[in-house]
Write a protein that binds this ligand. Structure first.
Ligand code: EPZ
Length: 420
């Protein structure tokens, strides 16, 4: 196991470029299963989750090469229709192979992902939607077995906005017979990018970025060559790193429109931002003012930035209320922030944060991807040394965040830990 040793209290200064978006790369890699032609993805970050998806695609029989920031995938045919539990349990996003496999091969056997630290995270909406397209779905010994003769278009209303649910059905319905209408679908930039790439592959899709999408099934799809969008969640994390340390950080390669809800809240908190076409700069911020946030589907405040924002509010002037509307257990970082002196009271899906002047370094433990980012940010602001264990959570979704922060002046050391 690895941990971070962080000596905090130093304002970060300098510029940093964001990596490609994890939550865009994963569905786009799965989309390569929809075609026998080669698919090339550029700007791919070196993340554990991407490695897991590479292993999964190879286990299914696709040819995959990953050189630097370029991944090439060709699924001329598949040698297996089974996504094994050993892989799926390490990454829930493995479920994204379900839609393309049913869409192109009319069968798939995917291990149920199981829950994770932030919630039960069922896939009932994925399965209900596939059934509406003519798929027979059975659960056998922890696996979803999905088969169909031929998918046919239908109208599907998602009871809840689901990002990967929308992505799975977008991919499956692209090869269905007839028209599919998706109501109450996700509008995240990553979903929009998938729709745009599917269209380049020959799919007939309209309405991405709105509540309703129309897909007219086609007989077959071509390959793609695409550069993935920048990671808006990493960009938000880096901006908060500048704000929480009272530094001067310029985040480059971003699409500011993708993180408007976050920059809006940072400005409300009195953080000075300079927003350009492809960069956002946080400037010499004073102590932030407490502001309330409620996480919502895009374009609302992203749940994937809630933990990082809580770290910022823990040193704010005043009291803020953080309401988590997406996942039922996404406050695990609160207890760890409290070990650093944060005054946080969790009541159901609300966390009341009473800002204090200074956090104190302490040994803490990462529990999930974004919680680990929150603890890194708190460690950067805290006086003294923090040790953050189980940092493998961070490496799942951030491309060497420690190196990026060190380049901004942070004192972070990656160490080996012999206890689990
Ligand atoms: C995606 O997860 C992201 N992952 C998550 O990012 C992100 O937090 C989440 O969307 C919300 O924005 C990827 O894109 C790979 P959902 P996803 O389906 O699709 C419930 C990160 O940190 N639900 O939009 O799994 C679900 O329990 C990760 O990068 C059902 O009830 O999330 C949740 O409460 C974490 N039934 C809500 O809907 C279903 O069938 C939204 O989940 C599906 C979802």
């Amino acid at each position: 196991m690895e941990a971070f040793l962080i000596h905090g209290g130093k304002p970060l200064r300098g510029k940093v470029t964001v990596s490609g978006a994890k939550n865009s790369v994963l569905p786009l890699m799965a989309a390569a299963l929809l075609t026998p032609e080669p698919c090339v993805l550029e700007g791919v970050p070196r993340l554990r989750d991407v490695s897991t998806m590479v292993s999964l695609l190879k286990a299914l029989g696709a040819q995959v090469t990953w050189k630097g920031e370029r991944i090439t995938i060709q699924a001329a045919g598949l040698s297996s229709m089974e996504a094994p539990y050993e892989l799926v349990k390490t990454m829930r996003a493995s479920i994204l192979v379900l839609g393309p496999m049913v869409g192109r091969f009319c069968k798939a056997k995917i291990s149920l992902p199981g829950g994770c630290a932030i919630g039960v995270r069922p896939i009932d909406l994925h399965l209900k939607a596939l059934e509406r397209l003519g798929t027979r779905v059975t659960l056998e010994e922890g696996y979803v077995v999905a088969t169909c003769n031929m998918l046919h278009g239908n109208t599907i209303y998602f009871d809840k906005v689901t990002v990967t649910g929308t992505e799975n059905i977008l991919m499956a319905s692209s090869l269905a017979k007839g028209e599919t209408i998706l109501e109450n679908c996700a509008k995240e930039p990553e979903v929009q990018e998938l729709a745009q790439v599917l269209r380049c592959m020959g799919a007939s899709i309209e309405g991405e970025g709105t509540d309703t999408m129309h897909i007219r099934g086609v007989k077959g799809l071509k390959g793609y060559h695409h550069r993935v969008m920048p990671d808006r969640i990493e960009a938000a994390t880096l901006l908060i790193a500048g704000a929480i340390t009272g530094g001067d950080v310029r985040v480059e390669g971003v699409i500011p429109h993708h993180l408007e809800a976050v920059t809006q809240k940072l400005k409300e908190a009195g953080i000075k931002l300079n927003i350009e076409d492809r960069a956002i700069e946080v400037k010499g911020s004073c102590r932030p003012k407490a502001v309330d946030i409620t996480t919502l589907p895009y374009p609302g405040f992203p749940t994937d930035v809630q933990a990082q924002f809580m770290a910022l509010m823990s040193i704010a002037h005043g009291t803020s209320v953080i309401t988590e509307m997406i996942f039922e257990n996404r406050f695990l970082h609160a207890a760890e922030l409290q070990r650093m002196g944060a005054q946080i009271k969790v009541e159901g899906n609300k966390a009341v944060v009473e800002g204090i002047e200074t956090l104190k370094g302490a040994p803490v433990m990462a529990t999930d991807l974004r919680a680990s980012a929150s603890l890194v940010l708190a460690g950067l602001a805290a006086k003294g040394e923090s040790r953050i264990s189980r940092i493998y959570h961070l490496d799942r979704g951030y491309e060497r965040l420690d190196r990026k922060l060190i380049a901004l002046g942070a004192k972070i050391e990656r160490i080996k830990e012999d206890w689990p």
